[in-house]
Design a protein around this ligand. Structure first.
Ligand code: NAD
Length: 358
């Protein structure tokens, strides 16, 4: 029996995590769910979108599955997702993107795994509002130490990239490659422009790569990488990226394999792991039993593998693959036209998967 923290999230989160809970239970693996609400509603009731009890639950259980949580743009509370990743030091964001037969895609046989650094870079959350004391102090200091002028009416976000942070994410990518018999790791950066942040990322990545002579290593500049992924995704295998590029390229790669509804993910540290879809809370569909639960269900497959339940993970993955291949019990986003009257509901997809789990 595994005790797992279940965070339903907000928007469409509760519907899709319920679907995931049902299919995970149908594998026959024993779960006891420690349900912990977080997000918008919790913010109104408890004054914080991420109460300490949620973090304590994950620390206790070590593994969590999570629905998406809305982040207000510009104002309001800070991102629950970013805070969770930073507080629990979930430094690897792992996002596999592979084509399932029957899914609407431009390419067949895509099988990419993205390792996004999850704690540093422009996501570090070190920001200074325009006209604040902090922004003014930075503008003054930068002028003093470098002679460079930042306009007075600037808002400022800091981009830290460390040797420590880079070493461990690149190592995680190579370890994954070795364990899963992958042939190549590609480090993605903009070191030609940001010489001391992305440049350091590249330098450290090269050093780590030397310890893995059995796996091919290359690097690509982020803009070129985006073009290459659209044109020749088959050339790539495992990608390792700083936080922001990793975020953007994950959505690009999700688009290559049939959309966000099919892109699972995991946030993994040395102590804890939180499994969640790449997509957000899709709030306009909240309560409609309409959106695709497959991304969070496939995150559940990753969770089973993490728990060592390989055989159950394979059975669930095969059931998902069979539903996709048949193409009948899939949601609107996987139908030839989004207004297809035959589109399945969120819970209907879960039912179809459950009926196919052997
Ligand atoms: P989104 O991922 O919610 O939606 C982007 C597009 O994809 C929308 O058209 C949406 O309808 C569609 N989509 C998303 N999930 C889908 C699914 N399961 N099935 C079918 N279609 C799906 O991105 P957004 O609109 O930019 O963000 C909404 C909110 O989610 C924001 O507040 C954002 O901060 C938050 N967010 C949270 C997470 C997380 O919890 N990890 C991740 C990304 C965004």
């Amino acid at each position: 029996m595994y005790r797992i923290t279940l965070i339903p999230g907000d928007g469409t989160g509760p519907e899709i995590t319920e679907a995931a809970r049902r299919v995970l239970e149908a594998t026959g693996v024993g779960f006891e769910w420690d349900i912990q609400n977080a997000g918008e509603d919790v913010y109104e009731q408890e004054g914080t979108p991420l109460p300490e009890r949620v973090l304590e639950s994950i620390r206790r259980n070590r593994v969590a599955i999570k629905g998406p949580v809305t982040t207000p743009v510009g104002t309001g509370f800070r991102s629950v997702n970013v805070t969770l990743r930073q507080t629990l030091d979930l430094y690897s964001c792992v996002r596999p993107c592979k084509t399932y037969k029957g899914a609407k895609t431009r390419y067949e046989d895509i099988d990419l795994v993205i390792f996004r650094e999850n704690t540093e870079d422009l996501y570090a959350g070190i920001e200074f509002q325009k006209d604040s004391g902090g922004a003014k102090a930075i503008i003054d200091t930068v002028r003093k130490i470098s002679g460079r002028v930042i306009r007075q009416d600037s808002g400022i976000s800091i981009k830290p990239i460390s040797v420590f942070g880079t070493e461990r994410i690149v190592r995680a990518a190579f370890e994954y490659a070795r364990k899963n018999r992958r042939r190549k790791v590609t480090a993605v950066h903009k070191a030609n422009i940001m010489k001391f942040s992305d440049g350091l990322f590249l330098e450290v990545a090269r050093e780590v790569a030397r310890k893995y002579p059995d796996i091919e290593f290359e690097d690509k500049i982020i803009d070129n990488m985006c073009m290459q992924l659209v044109q020749k995704p088959g050339l790539y295998d495992v990608l390792v990226l700083p936080n922001l590029y990793g975020d953007i390229v994950s959505d690009l790669a999700a688009g290559l394999v049939g959309g966000l509804g099919l892109a699972p993910g995991a946030n993994i540290g040395d102590e804890y792991a939180v499994f969640e879809a790449t997509h957000g809370s899709a709030p306009k569909y909240k309560g409609l039993n309409k959106v695709n639960p497959l991304a969070v269900i496939l995150s559940g497959v990753m969770m089973l593998r993490h728990l060592g339940e390989t055989e159950a993970a394979d059975r669930l993955d095969n059931a998902v693959a069979s539903v996709i291949e048949e193409g009948r019990d899939v949601t609107y986003d996987m139908k030839p036209a989004p207004d297809d009257p035959g589109a399945a509901t969120t819970s209907g997809v879960a039912d179809a998967i459950i009926s196919r789990i052997t």
